[in-house]
Design a protein around this ligand. Structure first.
Ligand SMILES: Cc1cc2nc3c(=O)[nH]c(=O)nc-3n(C[C@H](O)[C@H](O)[C@H](O)COP(=O)(O)OP(=O)(O)OC[C@H]3O[C@@H](n4cnc5c(N)ncnc54)[C@H](O)[C@@H]3O)c2cc1C
Length: 385
């Protein structure tokens, strides 16, 4: 078998399982208090500043970061358990999710000490949110064709261009924007790109909403018109933005949110079919649970790679591809097994979750890199080895 496609088999340590009980209890208490109702895809569309702050107080944001930057020096496996429980409960975590998952990690890897001291403690408190500034109207899978430009000026840079599908930009404080800082070199299209942290409240920044099919608003177009950003907003090295963004994408693709987005629907589906003795129903549910268990083992394996300091780009792509197909499969199975009229405003929880899952699911295999792009990454690595 091709060695590159192997994942470590990890048993979660005792401290991680203890933490799981604590997180579960907290989530149960919050639900009893009526703080939130579980929703599908809550990591991208469930926003609650209050809830993010509560998680910050608990020490469940920036968990693996050094204490000197406001982190808690926990292991990636402990972080896995917390994220898994939050997703399974469909909790409103979208506010801080991207900052915690990838922007903080980017600062730790490439940022200056000053940037780490400024941004990380606020993120860990659940009070500072980031949006991903990669895609543009004419640059998605072919990201290197992006045209948002940062031009050097006295004391900083001037930004012009626009970013698209920017999840959470309307409630985020910053975006990390990948920009062209040198003209396009057709021999090396990845050269001349740089990353900047852009304050979304600056003059010249416009955030325009884009509605989802559900009528909700979670992503946006972000337009930069002669936006001045100071020199110290450069993240990492000028011209190295491509390499840095690809490292950021490994964090973006590697977590359990890539197979648990529709888990709250699975919970409602199980309630609907409880006691059903129909063989077809039982086979369909059995298949889902078997897939879920396998994906979970694989995803823990990816967290185990992070724990060993390995950047899991290829395995994260593989697990994301399989996981996002599975998230869709839950919605499709639920739709076929239970006769219902799905609607986000239904009085029946199953129907609300089904509507959310069905209407969000077209995006699952696009966001964070499409199925075709992920399979390309895996295939290239296999051929190389
Ligand atoms: C819900 C959601 C949230 C998102 N949030 C963000 C965000 O916060 N920040 C951000 O920057 N972006 C975000 N995106 C954008 C996402 O990253 C892009 O949609 C994705 O990279 C695909 O780009 P595109 O939409 O331009 O499609 P295209 O790149 O135009 O692709 C269209 C189709 O062509 C296929 N294709 C393209 N190139 C190839 C190839 N070389 N080989 C085979 N097939 C190919 C693709 O697989 C796809 O099926 C989000 C998208 C969604 C759906």
């Amino acid at each position: 078998m091709v060695k590159i496609l192997q994942l470590p088999v990890i048993k979660l340590p005792q401290e991680a399982e203890q933490l799981r009980s604590e997180v579960r209890q907290f989530l149960e208490d919050e639900q009893l208090k009526g703080t939130f109702e579980p929703h599908c895809d809550s990591w991208l569309s469930g926003f609650s500043a209050e809830f993010s702050r509560k998680l910050g107080e608990k020490g469940w944001i920036g968990m693996t970061w050094p204490k000197e930057y406001g982190g808690h020096e926990k292991s990636p496996l402990e972080r896995f358990v917390v994220t898994e429980e939050l997703l399974a409960a469909g909790a409103p975590v979208a506010g801080h999710w991207i900052a915690d998952r990838q922007s903080g990690a980017l600062f730790l890897r490439y940022g200056t000490d000053e940037q780490r001291r400024y941004y990380l403690p606020k993120i860990a408190k659940g009070e500072c949110y980031f949006a991903i500034g990669l895609s543009e109207p004419n640059a998605g899978s072919d990201l290197a064709s992006l045209s948002t430009a940062a031009k050097k000026t006295d004391g900083g840079w001037i930004l012009n261009g626009s970013k698209l599908w920017t999840s959470g930009a309307h409630h985020s404080h910053y975006t990390i924007a990948l920009c062209r800082t040198s003209p396009l070199n057709t021999d090396n299209r990845h050269a001349g790109l740089s990353q900047f942290v852009v304050d979304l409240s600056l003059p010249g920044v416009t955030v325009r909403l884009i509605r989802l099919m559900t009528g909700e608003h979670h992503f946006n177009e972000v337009v930069f018109e002669d936006v001045f950003i100071p020199e110290d907003t450069l993240v990492g090295v000028e011209g190295e933005g491509w390499k840095q963004s690809m490292a950021e994408l490994a964090y973006e693709r590697s977590g359990p949110e890539r197979f648990l987005s529709t888990f709250p629907l699975l919970v409602e589906l199980l309630k609907m079919v409880e006691g059903n003795s129909n063989t077809q129903v039982n086979i369909a549910i059995g298949k889902l649970i078997a897939q879920l268990w396998t994906l979970r083992k694989m995803s823990i394996g990816v967290a185990g790679m992070l724990e060993k300091g390995i950047t899991p780009s290829v395995m994260a792509s593989l697990v994301k591809d399989l996981g996002t197909q599975f998230e869709k499969q839950i919605a499709e199975t639920a739709r076929l097994l239970v006769s219902s009229t799905s609607s986000v405003s239904s009085s029946i929880a199953f129907e609300r979750r089904l509507a959310e899952a069905l209407l969000h699911s077209p995006g699952f295999t696009l966001r964070g890199g499409t199925t075709e792009i992920l399979r390309g990454i895996v295939a290239k690595e296999v051929i190389k080895n």
